[in-house]
Design a protein around this ligand. Structure first.
Ligand code: PMP
Length: 404
């Protein structure tokens, strides 16, 4: 199955529009990806034809909606090779990590160590800081090399009897580095620690098999995976989810409630208090089924080709500093332009219809590691074309002329 970028691109209505009189060149997919018609139609279709609240009803619409919601869960389970009951719907990647951190709190005490890395998104730092503040656990950060790789020797040495949790991103949202998740997980387990993998970026660009990685928890968001906002996934091994207390209280997550006592539902429902993001779950299921119909290795090759073309186009640019040069990295370019603030670069690029992100990318420790306060970031998705890359390279040269 070859990858026909024009045919795929035609399925994204928003990519037809213009920005500032220029064709849109969308290079901000690592922040949030655009949505194919299949996702939009699945969501509007659900609202137009078969909508009610899930699980509680005995009428036809409630049953149909419940079936669609649970079918989306099955799609996620198959997509990552999880077993039934191991996939929890959350409102995003951030909430999934908060849910795990809050749940593990009761197993941790002062002096216990949580190992993170210098390349984490704040979503995988701040929930652990809460535990540092509340319990006195110690946060330690595995260093990142100049090329943007994790220093695995340092990691090995940092692991010890006090290490209770290792939490790391599978793919950096700034550097594009893809971390060896299976090896990192194995080493953590040998030290007796639990493992959480932040898969928000990696899930988009490579097949993920949670059994092969063997992490205790794997989280990701819907909106980067061509699905809607408001939906994320917490995968947890059945025995880990069984050990985890509820995160929020309300309807759906209980067994029995009386004036004196409560019991809780089994996972995954124990973690889905209240009316869940029904339409969003259906949208994520549609995004996954849509992706399943494409040739994912061919997509990865397409994205790598576009990244190489970008780097070739920028080869002579001595005013550019790139962070993130790990071998096998994903198609994300973070850069600083000499004499220009990243925010100004992004704003000027927008005049040419080119959308990139600028700032700290919710990764302040990483910015500090590289001695910068911000960077601009161009991130590539399956719908980008060679023409997009060439427009970016040309627009960036014109932008540089403003500051030269
Ligand atoms: N982790 C990483 C690596 C991310 O890139 C992001 C999104 N920027 C998140 C976590 C947060 O995910 P969400 O937007 O679903 O809360």
């Amino acid at each position: 199955m070859a990858f026909d970028v024009e045919a795929v691109r035609a399925q994204f209505p928003i990519l037809q529009r213009q920005v500032n009189g220029k064709p849109l060149v969308y290079l901000d997919s690592a922040a949030s990806a655009q949505k194919p018609q299949a996702v939009i139609s699945a969501m509007t279709g659900a609202m137009e034809h078969s909508y009610a609240n899930v699980h509680r009803g005995l009428h036809t619409l409630a049953n149909e909606t419940t079936e669609a919601y649970e079918a989306a869960r099955r799609a996620v389970e198959r997509f990552i090779n999880a077993d039934e009951g191991e996939v929890v719907f959350t409102k995003g990647g951030t909430e999934a990590i908060n849910l795990v951190a809050a749940g593990l709190a009761r197993t941790l005490s002062a002096g216990d160590e949580i190992l993170l890395t210098q390349m984490e998104h704040h979503a995988n730092i701040v929930p652990w800081h809460f535990l540092r503040e509340r319990l006195g656990v110690v946060l330690r950060f595995v260093p990142v090399t100049d090329a943007g790789e994790l220093d695995l020797d340092a990691y090995r040495q940092m692991l010890g009897a006090r290490t209770k949790v290792v939490a790391f991103s599978h793919m950096s949202n700034v550097l594009g580095t893809v971390n060896p998740a299976t090896d990192i997980t194995r080493m953590a387990h040998e030290a007796g620690a639990l493992v959480l993998v932040d898969g928000c970026q990696s899930i988009v660009h490579q097949p993920v098999d949670v059994k092969a990685i063997d992490a205790d928890f794997y989280v990701f968001s819907g909106h980067k995976l061509y699905g809607p906002t408001g939906i994320g996934i917490l995968y947890g091994k059945a025995e880990r989810l069984a050990d985890l207390p509820p995160y929020q209280g309300g309807g759906e997550m209980i067994g029995l409630v009386s004036e004196e006592a409560i019991t809780y539902a089994d996972p995954p429902h124990r973690f889905e208090a209240g009316t869940p993001p029904i339409i969003e779950a259906i949208g994520l299921g549609a995004a996954i089924e849509w992706l399943n119909g494409l040739d994912r290795p061919a997509i990865a090759a397409h994205e790598a080709h576009l990244y190489d073309r970008m780097m070739e186009g920028l080869a002579g640019a001595n005013w550019l500093r790139v962070i993130g040069e790990a071998p096998g990295k994903g198609a994300i370019l973070s850069f600083m332009m000499e004499g220009a603030h990243a925010h100004d670069v992004a704003q000027i690029l927008d005049r040419y219809g080119v959308a990139v992100r600028a700032g700290t990318h919710c990764a302040e420790p990483l910015m500090r590691r590289f001695g910068v306060t911000s960077s601009a970031r161009a991130s590539i998705a399956l719908y980008n074309t060679e023409a997009d890359i060439d427009a970016f390279v040309q627009s960036l040269s014109k932008t540089q002329a403003f500051f030269a």
